[in-house]
Design a protein around this ligand. Structure first.
Ligand code: AP5
Length: 214
């Protein structure tokens, strides 16, 4: 069983690596950012509550996130493991996760912290594009589409996330430093932490992440 957390600042490649791990180990990627964006798209009550925080680059309140995760971790597809991508992001979220897992009689197997220099993150995120139709990810620097602003897979229009503007990315980085980086010590103290250099090609990072799981 693999119950994993991918930790790291905005744009380090958590989503990219989580998708690859999900495929390799046949376990679900649980991205709190993706769940929240789907809630906003469906105009749900949770989406309405989360939208303002996300647009500013701030964190959505812990109680909303913990309720969302507790529900998700009770779904059947997590029985053989899960990859948490973008959660936890604060010490109270990490403590809340410990309590949820204790209630579900499960435990964490590892926490992989992906590290990339901050300035490179701004560059990576502001050049990220996603397909509005099929959700495929492109990056004008590292994996550009063949035709500008058009999806290679379905021909859909490519768009940028509203929180990927440079000013908002800088706010997300500040929030990461203040609220999320302390989790590195939290998981180091629990002897669960592995560190991977994310400033390498995607496949090399993936090989390094998989190595930490052996
Ligand atoms: P979320 O969606 O989680 O965003 P994030 O953590 O800021 O992470 P990103 O999705 O921007 O980056 P990533 O690390 O997944 O990198 P990716 O693989 O896409 O959260 C968004 C917002 O939701 C938050 O700001 C907050 O408001 C709210 N939220 C979410 N979770 C929350 C929580 N737990 N508590 C409270 N609020 C929460 O890669 C980035 C780009 O780089 C891509 O274009 C990719 O192609 C490229 N790339 C990836 N790897 C490489 C590589 N090795 N080399 C070159 N390019 C690469």
């Amino acid at each position: 069983m693999k119950n994993l957390i991918l930790l790291g600042g905005p744009g380090v490649g958590k989503g990219t690596q989580a998708k690859m791990l999900a495929e390799k180990y046949s376990i679900p990627q649980i991205s709190t950012g993706d769940i929240l964006r789907a809630e906003i798209k469906s105009d749900s009550e949770l989406g309405k509550q989360a939208a303002g925080y996300m647009k500013r680059g701030d964190l959505v309140p812990d109680d909303l996130i913990l309720a969302m995760i507790e529900k998700r971790l009770q779904e059947d597809d997590t029985a053989n493991g899960f990859i948490l991508d973008g959660f936890p992001r604060t010490i109270p979220q990490a403590e809340g996760l410990d309590s949820i897992l204790a209630r579900l009689e499960r435990r964490l197997d590892g926490v992989v912290d992906i590290e990339v220099p901050y300035e490179k993150l701004v560059q990576r995120i502001t050049s990220r594009w996603g397909c509005s139709e099929c959700g495929a990810d492109f990056n004008s620097l590292s994996s550009p589409p063949q035709v500008v602003e058009t999806c290679d897979h379905c021909g859909g229009r490519l768009q940028q996330r509203p929180d990927d503007k440079e000013e908002t990315v800088r706010q997300r980085l500040l929030v990461y430093r203040e609220k999320t980086a302390p989790l590195i010590d939290y998981y180091k103290r629990k002897s669960l932490l592995k560190i991977v250099d994310g400033d390498k090609p995607v496949e090399s990072v993936f090989a390094a992440v998989c190595n930490t799981l052996i």
